[in-house]
Design a protein around this ligand. Structure first.
Ligand code: PEP
Length: 250
């Protein structure tokens, strides 16, 4: 089980450190649950220092796919690894929607992150009109297949997939446990076809989209839901802590 917080463009130097310390406290009894936080890029360093010695892992929210060079404003995978990042979120729907990130770019980022020893949290998910048209599996299959194309996978923990229906992100709407389970099972089948049983069975497939303490358990208890990627509810340590506890009970 993996519970990861996506802080998006929130917090600053002091509040990020305070939140990181709160998450460490909240996850003291997390047991076998892996916990991660993904602060904004400029705060990775201070949050990384705050997390040192704890078992809460550091993740970034984005990266560029080139090693180094004249790409003003971009961040390389190597920089993230040297900052102590374990994870990097790739292809979040907000990046696809507001910054025009394409499946081809997502694939380049996935391959580059793995090459640098990072674990990409690959986000996929359909928009509301696509679900209403009954195309959610078609959309998600294309996103998963593009993202994983040509990727070298040695172990089931070398990547993570987050199913985040776009209509549920930051909206307060959540997929029903049945909708989440159905899509997660479908994603695992796609991964099985490409990489075989061992990778598919060990893969963490996270649900994301308005997960909160009141719905965490019913989502996390589903067979193919192996954790959560949490936005809004990860910005308060005690609320995030309640989700960690829900995961820990299962
Ligand atoms: C996310 O941004 O990955 C997310 C799931 O956000 P929220 O929990 O706020 O819906």
């Amino acid at each position: 089980m993996l519970i990861a917080g996506n802080w998006k463009m929130n917090t600053d130097v002091s509040s990020s450190v305070e939140l990181a310390r709160g998450v460490i406290q909240e996850s003291e009894h997390a047991g076998a649950v892996n916990v991660a936080v993904c602060p904004p890029a400029p705060l990775l360093s201070v949050v990384g220092e705050a997390l040192a010695g704890s078992h809460v892992r550091l993740g970034a929210q984005n990266m560029y796919w080139v090693d180094s060079g004249a790409f003003t404003g971009e961040i390389s995978a190597q920089m993230l690894s040297s900052l102590g990042c374990h994870y990097v979120i790739v292809g979040h729907s907000e990046r696809r929607q507001y910054f025009g990130e394409t499946d081809v770019e997502v694939n380049k980022k996935v391959r580059q992150s793995v090459k640098a020893g990072l674990v990409p949290i690959i986000c996929v998910g359909e928009r509301l009109n696509q679900r209403k048209a009954g195309k959610e599996q078609e959309v998600v299959a294309a996103q998963v297949q593009h993202a994983l194309e040509g990727m070298e996978v040695r172990a089931s923990d070398s990547f993570v997939i987050a199913y985040e229906p776009v209509w549920a992100i930051g909206t307060g709407e959540t997929a029903t446990p049945e909708q989440a389970q159905g899509m997660h099972k479908f994603i695992r089948t796609l991964v099985r076809q490409q990489f075989g049983n061992q990778i598919a069975d060990g893969l963490h497939i996270l649900y994301g989209g308005s997960m909160k303490p009141s719905n965490a358990e019913e989502l996390l208890i589903q067979n193919d839901v192996d954790g959560g990627l949490i936005g809004g509810a990860s910005l308060k340590a005690d609320i995030f802590g309640q989700i960690i506890q829900a995961a820990q009970k299962l």
